[in-house]
Design a protein around this ligand. Structure first.
Ligand code: ARG
Length: 460
């Protein structure tokens, strides 16, 4: 018999039960649900809304249910509809009429809201820790490679000289923003919806600040209609996770390119690569490709969620039961990807020689050559044109800039002197890029120090 059977003359159709039930997925909330119920019962007893002895009995029984659920001893049946009904039904089975007092001054609407917020808070902290570990790996990698010259690209065309450390620190900064976005969303969602009731609060003298304190919320949701119908925090977190996956996807794309024979800048560890069923020579970057692909699922969750919420009137609507599965999928996906991705990056081998070889071709010192002329007094736009002609000439005779003789340089401009060779060497190109944020060792060391200070500030 349904908890709400009083109003009805008939049972629900079996197919309705199946469609209506959320227990198959919201069982994931059992800990949050019972913790929320314990806080609620504690508050009810303290406020004298139910007798203290009854509150104690409820709390005792809830703890027992928690232990049994943890041990997998309680089956989840769709007859119970959702985790909230399941726990309450079990409670009543165990302690009879006293169990029926738990739902005083509460609704499933504020119950599910409190469960979801607690669940999201917990998951955000776990994901945040995983991102911090990845940043740490990037910093370690950067520290080893401040002198590893590689070409940096625009339009995937060799552009200017950089280092592998400079590259790693770019990703470290992207991931730092991901951490900050999650923290920011966390602070905003740290509000207690318990006590909003079904939608318009309650006539019972409840104490919402007290349950907030018991459940570790920083504040209470200030409006009960908003408190039960707000899912902004989920959208914010999905958006932060979608951005994180976009970053991992971009990084994956580079890793996939870098371990191709055309680049061979890196080699992935065997433990993080896969083979082909037919081509014996293959060593494939499947993990990077999967991470790149899985970003699509997380974007999908965000889009799906926004669509569910669009146009919903206040307050709770059953549409909102659809809010969970795709969030779980996004969270599971991110949590499955991050540790493997981190280990893959941590164990990859860097092929500094190939990076240097690639940097030596493609005229990535052309800007430096123009800058050399500027330092000798030529206006930049003019120098740019001279170097353009020089590059064109080099291409026609299959040489690099540094392979030209001084005499050849001088046929393009009298400004060139013997010191041009030093000015356009790759090493100089990197080391003289001392501007803040640039690839010189001094600049990258400063970036490393800054991210290390960030990591330090986040260490528990
Ligand atoms: N299982 C429901 C959900 O996940 C809980 C809230 C139900 N409230 C209601 N009035 N039907 O959204």
């Amino acid at each position: 018999m349904k908890l709400w059977s009083g109003r009805f003359d008939k049972n629900t159709d079996k197919l309705v039960d199946e469609l209506n039930a959320s227990i198959t997925f919201d069982k994931r909330f059992y800990k949050e649900d019972i913790t929320g119920s314990i806080a609620h019962a504690t508050m009810l007893g303290r406020q004298g809304i139910i007798a203290q002895a009854e509150a104690d009995k409820i709390i005792e029984a809830l703890k027992g249910i928690m232990a049994d659920m943890e041990a997998g001893k309680i089956p989840f049946n769709i007859e119970d509809e959702d985790i909230h009904m399941c726990v309450e039904a079990e409670l009543t089975r165990r302690i009879g009429d006293t169990g029926k007092r738990l739902h005083t001054a509460r609704s499933r609407n504020d119950q599910v809201a409190v469960d979801f917020r607690m669940y999201m808070k917990k998951e955000v902290l776990e994901i945040r820790a995983m991102i911090l570990s990845l940043i740490e790996v990037l910093v370690n990698m950067a520290e080893k490679h401040t002198g590893t010259i590689m070409p940096a690209y625009t339009h995937l065309q060799r552009a200017q000289p950089s280092t592998f450390a400079h590259y790693m620190m770019a990703y470290a900064n992207m991931l730092k923003r991901d951490v900050l976005r999650l923290e920011d969303a966390y602070d905003r969602m740290d509000e207690n919806p318990l006590g909003c009731g079904a939608l318009c609060g309650t006539t019972h003298p409840i104490d919402r600040a007290y349950t907030a304190e018991l459940l570790g919320f920083a504040r209470v949701c200030e409006n009960s209609l908003d408190g039960v119908s707000d899912r902004d925090y989920v959208i914010e977190i999905l958006s932060a996770l979608a951005t994180l996956m976009m970053h991992l996807s971009r990084f994956s794309e580079e890793i996939i390119l870098w371990c191709s024979w055309e680049f061979k800048f890196i080699e992935l560890d065997d433990a993080y690569s896969t083979g082909s069923s037919i081509m014996p020579q293959k060593k494939n970057p499947d993990i990077a490709e999967l991470v790149r692909g899985k970003s699509g699922r997380v974007y999908g969750s965000l889009m799906g969620f926004l669509t569910i919420m669009k146009g919903l009137p206040l307050a709770y609507n059953k549409d909102m039961q659809e809010d969970k599965e795709q969030v779980f999928d996004a969270i599971d996906t991110v949590k499955a990807c991050l540790p493997v991705f981190t280990a893959m990056v941590d164990t990859m081998t860097v092929n500094a020689d190939n990076m240097y070889k690639a940097a030596s071709r493609g005229f990535i010192n052309a800007t430096d050559c123009a800058d050399y002329m500027v330092k000798k007094g030529m206006p930049f736009r003019e120098a740019y044109t001279v170097v353009g002609r020089l590059v064109n000439h080099c291409i026609s005779i299959d040489k690099t800039l540094e392979q030209l003789t001084l005499e050849e340089f001088k046929t393009f401009s009298e400004i060139f002197e013997a010191d041009v060779f030093e000015a356009i060497s790759l090493r100089t190109g990197v080391e003289m890029r001392l501007s803040q944020g640039g690839p010189s060792k001094a600049s990258v060391d400063a970036q490393i120090a800054s991210i290390k200070a960030f990591l330090e500030s986040k260490a528990e």
